[in-house]
Design a protein around this ligand. Structure first.
Ligand SMILES: NC(=O)c1ccc[n+]([C@@H]2O[C@H](COP(=O)([O-])OP(=O)(O)OC[C@H]3O[C@@H](n4cnc5c(N)ncnc54)[C@H](O)[C@@H]3O)[C@@H](O)[C@H]2O)c1
Length: 314
């Protein structure tokens, strides 16, 4: 199949594009290489997936004409591109334009792809709000511009399914970790600072936050499992992540164990909108997608430390 993966130079999109190539598909990876974090890292990710046979198409989804040089012979769209995170450096406009407007433009493009079998939206546990432990049918209560705009984007995609204009589903991902994790996120930062012997800035009170830290390979398993189930899952939402919970403190200890050294902690003011607890309820994904994440926290951290050392340590 011909598959378009947006956000393909980013963390999870690059792993998904690579997996889809391994499964024998023709993959086009779209990205605008924005400067939310190191463009160098995005170029490194893009180089890896290009080497694996993915074609890179550089475009900004906020531009309604983004697809003018892109083939419409597309069977599947996996939409990862977004303004992620709850960083104080991202404005409401960043979230609104990259999450909502960009998704609207991509849907319009998808409606012109006559062979499109399914539009797979990538959602987030942040849609649920400060406690993300519910099944998919519980009313969302997002507590950040990120969560609100991702919910709006998800509904825009599912609206097209309800109108029978295209088949679509949405996958709500939980705290993804592993190689290529974004540099501003916890594990990459812990590994980087831990290796340099510099203090890790811990948001006040966050050491007791609970998270479904999920290995990126297990996330990709869930993402690609939708292929072939278009009729069954049209219009549906699935939580994708591990049911195993760990505190942030346990995450720090896992990195210390793998690095073989202790990491100094510096407490900094808490972030607005930071989730207190995420625990993926995956009953629906288990039943319909046969989803069964297996990787332990230590295995995920080991893979991420190895990736970091290979690419960023002389
Ligand atoms: N990382 C997580 O733990 C996590 C958890 C839940 C959901 N998600 C979702 O997964 C998706 C991918 O997240 P990630 O962590 O890989 O982020 P990422 O920032 O590494 O990847 C997103 C990519 O999209 C690109 N992009 C952003 N705006 C664009 C635009 N307007 N046009 C074209 N490209 C654009 C960026 O350059 C980036 O390479 C997002 O939709 C995010 O909401 C991530």
């Amino acid at each position: 199949m011909n598959i378009l993966v947006t956000g393909a130079a980013g963390f999870i999109g690059s792993h998904t594009a690579e997996r889809l190539r391994q499964l024998g598909h023709n993959v086009i990876g779209l990205d605008n290489f924005n400067n939310y974090y190191s463009i160098e890292l995005k170029r490194l990710n893009a180089k890896s997936i290009e080497d694996a046979g993915v074609e890179i198409y550089e475009a900004d989804l906020r531009d309604p004409d983004f697809g003018k040089n892109l083939t419409k012979d597309i069977d599947y769209i996996f939409h990862f591109a977004a303004q992620p995170g709850i960083s104080s450096t991202s404005s409401f406009e960043d979230y609104f334009s990259n999450n909502f407007i960009a998704t609207k433009n991509l849907i319009d493009f998808g409606l012109n792809c006559t062979d499109l079998k399914m539009f797979v939206n990538i959602g987030t546990s942040s849609i649920y709000g400060l406690e993300a432990t519910s099944p998919e049918n519980v009313a969302p209560k997002p507590a950040s511009f990120y969560g609100v705009t991702k919910l709006a984007a998800e509904q825009l995609v599912l609206q097209k399914s309800r109108e029978k204009q295209m088949k679509a589903c949405s996958l709500r991902l939980y705290s993804v970790i592993g190689p290529r994790e974004r540099p501003e996120k916890m594990y990459t930062k812990l590994i980087d600072l831990g290796l340099k012997g510099e203090p890790f800035p811990l948001f006040e009170g966050s050491d007791s936050h609970l998270r479904s830290f999920t290995y990126v390979g297990d996330i990709v398993d869930g993402v690609v499992s939708v292929i072939g189930k278009e009729d069954e899952i049209d219009g549906e939402i699935f939580n994708i992540g591990t049911e195993v919970e760990h505190t942030t403190q346990e995450g720090i200890e896992a990195v210390e164990q793998v690095l073989g050294k202790s990491i100094e902690i510096k407490v900094v003011p808490k972030r607005a909108g930071d989730q207190l607890r995420t625990k993926a309820n995956i009953d629906k994904a288990r039943k319909i997608l046969n989803y069964n994440p297996q990787t332990s926290l230590i295995e995920a951290v080991e893979a991420q430390v190895e990736w970091f050392k290979t690419n960023f340590v002389d």
